[in-house]
Structure formats: C-alpha cells, structure tokens
Write a protein that binds this ligand. Sequence first.
Ligand SMILES: Cc1cc2nc3c(=O)[nH]c(=O)nc-3n(C[C@H](O)[C@H](O)[C@H](O)COP(=O)(O)OP(=O)(O)OC[C@H]3O[C@@H](n4cnc5c(N)ncnc54)[C@H](O)[C@@H]3O)c2cc1C
Length: 191
Amino acid sequence: MFEILEKRTLNPTVTLMRINAPKVARKAEPGQFIILRTDADGERIPLTIADFDREKGSVTIIFQIVGATTEKLNHMNEGDCLQDFVGPLGRATETEGLKKVAVVGGGVGCAIAYPVAKKLHELGVEVHSIVGFRNKDLVILEDEFRASSSKFVLMSDDGSAAKRASVQMLSRSSSTAVRSTTESSLSVLLL
Ligand SMILES: Cc1cc2nc3c(=O)[nH]c(=O)nc-3n(C[C@H](O)[C@H](O)[C@H](O)COP(=O)(O)OP(=O)(O)OC[C@H]3O[C@@H](n4cnc5c(N)ncnc54)[C@H](O)[C@@H]3O)c2cc1C
C-alpha cells in the first residue's frame, strides 16, 4: 500500500500529494508518469511524476479535480493509503546536451514542466521558466520554479499576477525562438 505522506491544496482545484513509493522514486525521471488506483474498486488514472526524492522514497503528484477519481483522491488524507501506484511509466524527457532552455508551462501543465526545469537546473543548464495561469489565485509552484530557474517569467490571462499575457501567445513567439536555436543556442520545451 502506498501511504499519502503529505497533502497540500495548491489552489481551489489543484492538490499536491507526496506518496510513499520507494521503488518508483528509485527509477523516476522527469517526463514520466504513474498510474494509480485509490481503492480496489477504483478506476486507474495516469498522473505525471511532479517530483521525487530517492532518499526518502517519495513521489509527488499534482492533480486537477476534474471527475470521479480525482474527486475521490482529493477526499483522501495524510496517513491514508492508495491501492496501486504503478510506475515510472513512459519516456523520460531528453535533457542531454542542452545548454540554455526556455521551459514553458500553463496551468496544471506546470506540474509537468517543473520536474524538467528542476532536472535541467541540477545539470547546470541555464533555465528560463515561463509559466502562465488564468489569474493569480490559480498560480502554483512559483517558489519551486524560481529556485530552479535563472530567469522566471510569470504571466496571467487577466493581468492579476504579473505580466498580462498567455503562454499560448508565447508559444507562438517561441516557435521563432526555436527557429533561431542555432543563433541563440536556446532550446524551448513547451509543456
Ligand atoms: C500521461 C498522462 C499524464 C497526466 N498527468 C496529469 C497530471 O499530472 N495532473 C493532472 O491533473 N492530470 C493529469 N492527466 C490527466 C488525468 O489523467 C485525468 O484528469 C484523470 O484521469 C481524470 O480522471 P477523473 O476520473 O477524475 O475524471 P473523469 O471522470 O475521467 O473525467 C475526465 C473529463 O471528463 C469530464 N467529465 C466528467 N464527468 C462528466 C460528465 N458527467 N459530463 C461531461 N463531462 C464530464 C471532466 O470534466 C473531465 O474533463 C494526465 C493524463 C495522462 C494521459
């Protein structure tokens, strides 16, 4: 059984949970996901590995409450145990040979972008993180991104948190950055 070690509400519809799963933590890499079941009758749902701690044997997930299983998961608390927590699954994000990277994430997608930014930062890559949300109340992982980035840009659709812009707009201008990669040696990861 996989104990919930920590539960934190990040915004009204997004929750972070740190799960005791030493075997998953041992092999986890950014970009990979797990499949969990809350109980024996539960549906299997995939969630991205938002963070992991190999020494403590824990894996962090961040989920948006959208339907039956994420609702049920959100009703569980620290000390409760998940029935299944299978992983790591999927291909890890390629991080080899990068020197300067813009990591772009929007909304709950930042849960996917953050572990990539963190890994690149640990590898000594210059990380520019650009994250966007609908408004300031929905901002998640700001401190974590700041700690893993040499440059951090926060945007919101309505301008209530820092710059008024959307990461979709930025994605379009980022394509230009991708095209000029050879000139600026800037790689852009849109997550
Ligand atoms: C590889 C992978 C990684 C993922 N990583 C993450 C992650 O890190 N964080 C995250 O939050 N999500 C992630 N997801 C998405 C996540 O798996 C789904 O949000 C989750 O499976 C939803 O399960 P649920 O039972 O709560 O919702 P479901 O009940 O399956 O509902 C899913 C969708 O259907 C809609 N819906 C539900 N009931 C109704 C209804 N009666 N009428 C109309 N529409 C309805 C919901 O609004 C929702 O949009 C990932 C998905 C994949 C494939």
